[in-house]
Design a protein around this ligand. Structure first.
Ligand code: XMP
Length: 326
């Protein structure tokens, strides 16, 4: 495959173009991989999911997918990865529930950058441990896309997909979507038959719900983030906002306020709702929700999520506020 996106390459916008790309990649990957084994860290995000689906078509059981659940995924995500890839596509999938490992390491850690380092470092460690258990792996597949290459060349960000695996793990890379833009990856994913909520899903940060549980993560507050996020996503789906709004999520900050429930005093967390639109994430505007939806979200969250007694809406653009809280 071309390492560099040819200037003349037509933007993949139709099922026909996607199909031609898929057929070409399957050929190329079969040639590259032969009868060897390939390893892939499958997060369930768009890029790694499309890479998995392509490789399943190309080399079937020679692909070994590892899905690491760091305990900071959204409600239902690990289950969906297992259902789509293991049950429906018959992938060779190793599921590692490393929740306790991550949450134990994060206990009492308040600094956002340290939290990110722990999550990133632990992820590589868990993945490397799984890789060491396997025999005969020669290739590592990655969901690198064209903007990753451009940004790392421009020095904007370190190539976040480039593994960071220990040096003795010397795999040859397989990067079937490296010359594609994000919108093209989605068209290819759709053509490969991946579900819409996987193909069109909103951006979700690597450290997951960990950055939406500001300060030291505790299991109970993390559950409040996960449950409130699930309610918000469900309501956005129902109200036709899911494909329209760029990113939407909840945050449960580490402070409590007084409330009253069933005639008794409560002392619980607030839940903050943030829904934003953008094209490049450098500047962000706020999605203004209808009064009806606001009232409905407040009622559902205070009634259904343990530990929450107040719902707040963040109507701050970026700048000055970043999208995430830490
Ligand atoms: P901020 O908060 O910087 O977010 O305005 C901009 C976009 O980047 C996402 N984000 C991250 N994604 N790892 C990621 O993979 C991270 O550590 C991270 N921090 C922020 C954020 O969700 C938003 O889409």
């Amino acid at each position: 495959m071309a390492d560099v996106r040819p200037e003349s390459m037509e933007r993949i916008t139709t099922p026909e173009l996607a199909k031609a790309f898929i057929d070409e990649q399957i050929e190329l990957m079969r040639k590259q991989i032969g009868d060897k084994k390939v390893l892939l860290a499958l997060s369930g995000g768009v890029d790694s999911s499309v890479v998995a689906a392509l490789l399943i078509k190309a080399v079937g059981q020679q692909l070994v997918c590892v899905h690491v659940n760091h305990g900071l995924l959204r409600k239902g995500e690990p289950e969906q990865v297992i259902k789509v890839f293991r049950d429906e596509m018959n992938a060779n999938l190793i599921y590692v529930d490393a929740t306790d490992r991550f949450l134990d390491k994060l206990e009492g850690v308040t600094d956002p950058e340290q939290k990110r380092m722990i999550i990133g470092g632990e992820f590589i460690e868990v993945f490397a441990e799984e890789a060491r258990k396997l025999d005969g792996i020669e290739f590592l597949a990655q969901g690198t896309i064209w903007p990753d290459i451009l940004e790392s060349e421009a020095g904007i960000k370190a190539h976040h997909n480039a593994g960071g695996l220990p040096e003795d793990m010397d795999f040859e890379l397989v990067e079937p979507v490296r010359i594609l833009f994000k919108d093209e990856v989605r068209v290819v994913g759709k053509e490969l038959g991946l579900p819409d909520n996987m193909v069109y899903r909103q951006p979700f940060p690597g450290p997951g719900l960990g950055v939406r549980c500001p300060g030291a993560i505790t299991r109970d507050r993390l559950e409040a983030v996960r449950e409130s996020d699930a309610i918000l996503r469900e309501e956005f789906e129902k109200n036709g906002l899911a494909g329209k709004v760029w990113q939407y999520f909840t945050v449960v900050p580490d402070f409590k306020s007084t409330g009253v429930k069933d005639g008794k005093r409560t002392f619980d967390w607030p839940c903050i709702i943030r829904a934003i639109n953008t094209t490049d994430v450098m500047e962000v505007t706020v999605e203004h929700l209808s009064d009806e939806l606001i009232d409905h979200l407040v009622q559902r969250i205070i009634n259904e999520v343990p530990g929450i007694n107040r719902v707040l809406f963040d109507y701050t653009p970026k700048p000055p506020a970043t999208v995430e809280y830490e």
